[in-house]
Design a protein around this ligand. Structure first.
Ligand code: ADP
Ligand code: MG
Length: 739
């Protein structure tokens, strides 16, 4: 697969360990020599240490260390062949092993020998046993010679599977460990020397075959550093490459669209909006592409910042594209930008400003004729501002002169998608890029995922915002809370305000949770696993709409909103709700991101425990956007004290997006944190944790920056360059697999 690479790490395991073992290793996600070498032991057994049998449970795949007590063979009565029964002990309890037609086992498993065993625990005639376990003698080799010399240290136990137990993994590791000195060490000698790092080969050998437990941690530390260093070097190299690319400087015009907009804008910019605006202005004046991340909590006013940047680019004769993750959000953006611009956004139309531009919405659901018209507007340059969904990324969208790409809610897109839009234009230049996210990310995660971007932060929300109070409503324990909650919703409506009711699924034929819009929900059953429909029993938009209409919210004007509606119906529901023709919008999480209706003050989330922390925070951000205080109800059947309840209590206790993001990350597996939607860099971290290893990541970044600054093409660091190329290759292979 990986011929570019001179070391053995890219070699396929099938070529080394035989097809059966290779298949088992592939089942563990291990395909190359490097994969296996970085497959770190789960734990180590000391010499003389045995595993207590007390915790063994029927049906579990286990790896245990035990001492042989007896071994006997006899002929089977009804079948041909022998049955060998071996009894092993942990010093207290006994476990029996059975082998069919392997009489030689009695000579291998002599009483007193210590053995490491992997297999599935079964129960036979009331006793626990392992049938045909994988065995490896710990103290002697197969010929009975003492191997104390060779294996004097702790014994590694690997993450394994029923198909390939730890002992078999260990044997495969032995095979590839022979090549370890041939591996490319990508860390430049000067970095290793100043940090006193172990050589890579020594670190790997130590991890798999430590002579002493105390040597494990420094070895692991060395690998963590390598992983962090490679990641940072790659991100910094990309950044250096981008800043070597050409872009068109988009200089301001004193009496253009932006000036006209600033004159009619309904409010003062906040201090943060002004500051970030200046940072963006400085970038846009350069002849290298802007690569900026704008991070601002829910409701901090990112849209206006983006709009002002877009107007400046239009003033300079270019076009701007705004990419949104959902159709609901794209049409809302197009609408609110048109509203904000007024006549300035209606160039060429009656009543439009001759100085103005035109806003064009491009989504996947347009009819063919309409799509053609809009594509023409974009290609001719008539449309200065193009708002769209993924439809903007793929297919033949040609711009007259694309000067700026804004990606809203970046966490819903992958890195690959981001680069699809920012690629070189026909002019040979790249557009400036601004990506925005409301998902606050801890610093080191940001460094890991967005390390190729400059970062701007909008800290404060615009003044005059009402408070949001959040209540957890335990529906099962306190049904009267639920009654009171609906009364409260009705009261808000009576006072002229509006309410969202969010359900985890659509219901009836609409299907289970909104596809593609919901984040991984901790504690939710794996949707791919067979068995019960995980969505069964959860509140659905269709049912809740009926119940409320004829029950507690009788007489109010209700509407439904979900992904299965056709785009026209979605848009109409959203407009009616924004106008005030609908009081209560019963919806799925399609309203999660970006939706902005300042008069909405109540958010009721049913089965709230089904949503992740960040998702709840985003949903709650839909209310309290105007002057009136907001209220958010998190309705749940989860019992008090349960993990789900604690999560909801945490959301209720704070509106600090950063604190909640941290909590969310702690509850997800690392793979989800850096998962496809977050970064497109799934599974690439093997020993590093973006959460735990902040120090390592910061230090690696400093070390990598020093290298990339003086040698941006890495021509003086061929080993490092080679490793990064291999990494990029593996990642794009990964990406192709996923699409
Ligand atoms: P987000 O950062 O979550 O995308 P939005 O851009 O949707 O936030 O802005 C949230 C709300 O704040 C919108 O209703 C917007 O019109 C309003 N807003 C933005 N900037 C200001 C400002 N400087 N003063 C008052 N209101 C503002
Ligand atoms: Mg927004």
């Amino acid at each position: 697969v990986n011929n570019a690479h001179s070391g053995p790490e890219g070699e396929r395991l099938v070529d080394r360990v035989g097809p059966a073992t290779a298949k088992g290793l592939a089942g563990l996600g291990l395909h190359t020599v490097a994969d296996l070498l970085w497959h770190i032991p789960r734990r180590y057994y000391e010499r003389g240490e045995v595993t207590s049998f007390e915790d063994l449970r029927e049906g579990e795949d286990v790896t245990v260390v035990a001492t042989v007590r007896s071994a006997t063979s006899r002929r089977m009565q009804r079948r041909r062949g022998t049955i060998t029964t071996v009894v092993v002990t942990d010093g207290h309890a006994e476990l029996s092993l059975t082998f069919f037609s392997q009489p030689w086992r009695t000579k291998q498993l002599l009483p007193g020998r210590r053995v490491i065993l992997s297999g599935t625990v079964q129960r036979y005639r009331g006793r626990l046993q392992l049938s045909h376990p994988e065995c490896e003698l710990l103290d002697v080799d197969e010929d009975g010679h003492d191997k104390a010399e060779a294996r004097s240290g702790p014994v590694a136990v690997y993450p394994a599977s029923a198909a390939l137990p730890s002992v078999a993994v260990s044997k495969a590791v032995d095979v590839v460990l022979d090549d370890v000195s041939l591996l490319v060490d990508p860390i430049p000698a000067e970095v290793s020397a100043t940090r006193g790092l172990l050589p890579k080969a020594a670190a790997l050998r130590t991890l798999h075959r430590p002579t002493d437990r105390s040597t494990v941690e420094p070895a692991l530390e060395r690998l963590r550093f390598e992983e962090a260093f490679l990641l940072q070097a790659e991100l910094l190299r990309r950044r250096a490459e981008a800043s070597a690319a050409a872009a068109t400087a988009r200089d301001p015009r004193s009496s253009g669209l932006l000036a006209a907009f600033d004159a009619v804008m309904p409010w003062e910019l906040t201090e943060g909006q002004r500051r970030v605006g200046e940072e963006i202005d400085a970038d846009l004046s350069r002849r290298t592409p802007m690569q900026r991340l704008l991070q601002g909590d829910v409701g901090s006013g990112k849209t206006v910042v983006a709009l002002r940047a877009m107007l400046r680019v239009v003033d300079a004769g270019g076009q701007a594209a705004l990419l949104a993750p959902t159709e609901v959000l794209a049409s809302q953006h197009a609408r609110s930008i048109r509203d904000l611009l007024g006549p300035l956004g209606e160039a060429g139309m009656i009543g439009g400003d001759s100085n103005g531009t035109r806003v064009c919405l491009l989504t996947g659901s347009l009819g063919a004729a309409e799509r053609r018209t809009r594509l023409l507007e974009i290609a001719s340059g008539e449309a200065g501002i193009v708002v769209g969904t993924h439809a903007l990324l793929y297919g033949a969208v040609t711009f007259a002169d694309l000067g700026l790409v804004v990606v809203d809610e970046q966490h819903r897109f992958g890195v690959e998608q981001r680069s699809a839009l920012s690629r070189e234009q026909a002019s040979g230049r790249r557009p400036h890029v601004l990506v925005m996210t409301a998902t606050p990310i801890p610093r080191t995660v940001a460094m890991t995922v967005f390390g190729d971007l400059d970062v701007s932060v909008l800290e404060e929300v615009p003044p005059g915002r009402g408070e949001i109070v959040t209540h957890v409503v335990p529906a099962a324990e306190k049904p009267h809370y639920v009654r009171r909650m609906w009364e409260r919703v009705a009261e808000e409506v009576a006072a002229g305000r509006r309410a969202y009711v969010v359900c985890p699924r659509i219901g009836q034929d609409g299907g289970s949770p909104e596809a593609g819009t919901s984040d991984a929900v901790p504690g939710n059953p794996d949707p791919d696993s067979p068995g019960e429909d995980p969505a069964a029993g959860m509140a659905s938009v269709v049912d809740v709409y009926d119940e409320l209409r004829t029950g507690p919210l009788q007489g109010l004007r209700l509407a439904v909103m979900h992904g299965a509606l056709d785009p026209g119906a979605k848009d109409e529901a959203m407009r009616a709700f924004a106008r005030g023709d609908v009081d209560v919008l019963v919806s799925t999480t399609v309203v999660e991101v970006g939706v902005d209706v300042p008069d909405a003050t109540v958010m009721t989330i049913l089965d709230a425990d089904r949503f992740g922390v960040s998702q709840l925070h985003q949903l709650r951000g839909r209310v309290g956007r105007g002057r009136d205080p907001g209220v958010c109800f998190l309705v749940t059947d989860a019992p008090p004290g349960s993990e789900a309840r604690q999560r909801l209590d945490a959301v209720a206790a704070t509106r600090d997006g950063f604190a909640l993001a941290r909590l969310d990350l702690q509850q997800r597996r690392e793979g989800d944190v850096l998962g496809a939607t977050q970064s497109g860099r799934r599974n690439s971290l093997r020993v590093l944790s973006a959460l735990r290893d902040e120090d390592v990541i910061s230090e690696a970044r400093v070390a990598a920056a020093a290298i990339v600054e003086t040698d941006p093409t890495l021509s003086d660091h061929p080993q490092l360059r080679e490793a990064l190329e291999a990494l990029a290759q593996a990642q794009s292979a990964d990406y192709l697999e996923k699409t």
